[in-house]
Design a protein around this ligand. Structure first.
Ligand code: COI
Length: 355
């Protein structure tokens, strides 16, 4: 059981019984919200650090209409997953990476942040308290969503006087409605996701609503998601709305360099290391959109998305197709990563954390 650093505000009676599963329709599980039993909340003022948290029933929170997060978007979010192993263990995947990323993001957004230990302990507690919602092996994961919010009231543009660190969770399976089918991406040059000097490299909530319109346009045309180009030249690949991107040519795997305009995903980082372990050469570098015509394979990575092969990318009315069946590099790397995350492969890297 996770070490307890949270005050329990209501008894976790709903999760008694080790082998009990919550009533979830696993065949319909996509990436929608299924409310679970508990969430956790910690609050602190801008002069303090986070201290004690509370485990409470999942539900609405009360927030001032002039909260910094509601008015000026002073907020960050994270995403990590808990999986069940075949032997019944519960594993988290590199949660300290999410904690570190939140810490860096908080600095950028002028917010206090929980310590790495507080973050990881709270994630463990939320997973343990909601463990009946973790799908059986192979049927999905419990997606854990930590939020850091400027929750105190403020009218002028300045850091909020009070902060809320909150974690909720939901059982999930495939992110895209396509399931595990290869993705079809669309490059829409009318939109950019991030620009130099902006906050594209941190997981601020303000990076996400602006891409909703681009996603809606792409989905209306039958595409899975949008691949963004750089803001200055509109000729280098950056990332997809919901995930990072990799291209494969022979033994060389490349992904756009993280220069403050790319969200450095935990899955991105783990796939880079896994690919090197598998003998591939991996480069983080500027990738020209023109390189796509001469690319063997393309795949996306993200916590929610996992490792997803890309069948095509459409750019300026030209559809470029990639290998997306048979023996894929992405499949080889995905199998190792999922093997580690679900306990099928022994974790020699210390990436998994047992709850
Ligand atoms: C994640 O992969 O955890 C994300 O935060 C992406 C989000 C669009 C679901």
């Amino acid at each position: 059981q996770a070490a307890s650093s949270l005050t329990v505000a209501s008894q976790p009676s709903a999760c008694s019984g080790d082998n009990e599963y919550a009533d979830v329709d696993l065949d319909k599980l996509g990436f929608g919200l299924t409310p679970v039993d508990f969430m956790c909340i910690m609050r602190c003022s801008k002069e303090e650090n986070f201290k004690e948290g509370r485990l409470t029933r999942f539900g609405n929170i009360e927030i001032s209409p002039s909260a910094g997060v509601l008015n000026y978007g002073q907020g960050l979010y994270e995403g990590t997953k808990a999986n069940r192993t075949a032997s019944g263990r519960i594993l988290l995947f590199r949660p300290e990476q999410n904690a570190t990323r939140m810490k860096h993001g908080a600095e950028r957004m002028c917010m206090p942040s929980p310590s790495i230990e507080q973050f990881v302990d709270a994630v463990k507690e939320i997973v343990f308290a909601n463990k009946r919602w973790i799908p059986p092996p192979g049927k999905g994961s419990l997606y854990v969503r930590p939020l850091l919010l400027g929750s105190g009231p403020i009218l002028g543009l300045a850091p909020a006087p009070e902060y809320t660190f909150l974690i909720y969770a939901s059982p999930v399976h495939n992110y895209f409605k396509e399931g595990t089918a290869p993705l079809n991406l669309y490059i829409d040059e009318n939109f950019v996701r991030a620009s130099p000097g902006g906050a594209g490299g941190v997981k601020t909530i303000t990076n996400y609503a602006p891409v909703l319109k681009a996603i809606a346009r792409a989905k209306n045309r039958g595409f899975s998601d949008v691949l963004y180009l750089d803001a200055l030249h509109r000729k280098y690949l950056k990332e997809v709305s919901s995930c990072n991107i990799f291209i494969v040519k022979g033994n060389l795997i490349s992904t756009p360099a993280a220069n403050g305009t790319i969200l450095e995903g935990v899955t991105r980082k783990s796939i880079i290391e896994t690919a090197r372990d598998h003998g591939y050469q991996v480069e983080e570098r500027p990738i020209l959109v023109d390189e796509l015509v001469d690319t063997d394979e393309v795949f996306c990575t993200g916590t929610a998305v996992g490792v997803a092969p890309v069948a095509s990318i459409t750019h300026q009315n030209r559809r470029i197709e990639f290998k997306s069946e048979g023996r894929l590099v992405s499949q080889e790397l995905c199998s190792t990563l999922v093997g580690l995350q679900t306990g099928r492969i022994e974790d020699t890297k210390g990436w998994t954390v047992e709850v």
